[in-house]
Design a protein. Structure first.
Length: 156
């Protein structure tokens, strides 16, 4: 299987393991299907700062973006999440498959500091496929800004 994400990982020289699983309906199901803990399923969030100005925010699966922390880090007062069509136009990927690797535009990446020092799984550009990769190596390859930008997932 070749995809823009895998091609980008290969070009970056990053070792990775492809994980194929069937459809999942939740993050917990994705973790079980991938054989990892929920925090190791990384959510790639597309954030819009302005007209044709986006970035990727990588969060552990058990956390959510802290908008105040992210705004302070970036020095902006407003940000939004684009709808599914705008996210696809900005990245080339459908929601649920988005990854910074192989996106149509190499938007800046901000990663939560809790990703460091572990193996993580990321979307691989298509449904039911993920990659496991060393977080530190991936964050270096993406030239990510690493900071505390998340809060715990609210209890349901």
């Amino acid at each position: 299987m070749s995809s823009p994400a895998l091609t980008a990982l290969d070009a970056a020289g990053l070792p990775y393991r492809v994980i194929r699983h069937g459809p999942v309906r939740s993050l917990a199901e994705a973790a079980a299907a991938r054989g990892v803990a929920v925090p190791d399923v990384v959510k790639t969030i597309v954030v819009r700062r302005g007209e044709d100005d986006h970035l990727f925010v990588l969060t552990p699966g058990d956390r959510v973006v802290s908008w105040p922390k992210l705004r302070q880090l970036l020095g902006v007062s407003r940000m939004s999440m684009p709808d599914a069509a705008a996210a696809r136009a900005a990245t080339g990927y459908e929601r649920g498959t988005i990854t910074p690797f192989g996106a149509t535009t190499a938007w800046p990446v901000v990663a939560d500091e809790r990703l460091r020092g572990r193996e993580i799984t990321l979307g691989a550009g298509e449904h039911g496929v993920a990659v496991a990769v060393d977080a530190d190596a991936a964050l270096t390859a993406l030239d990510a800004t690493v900071a505390d930008v998340t809060d715990p997932e609210p209890a349901r």
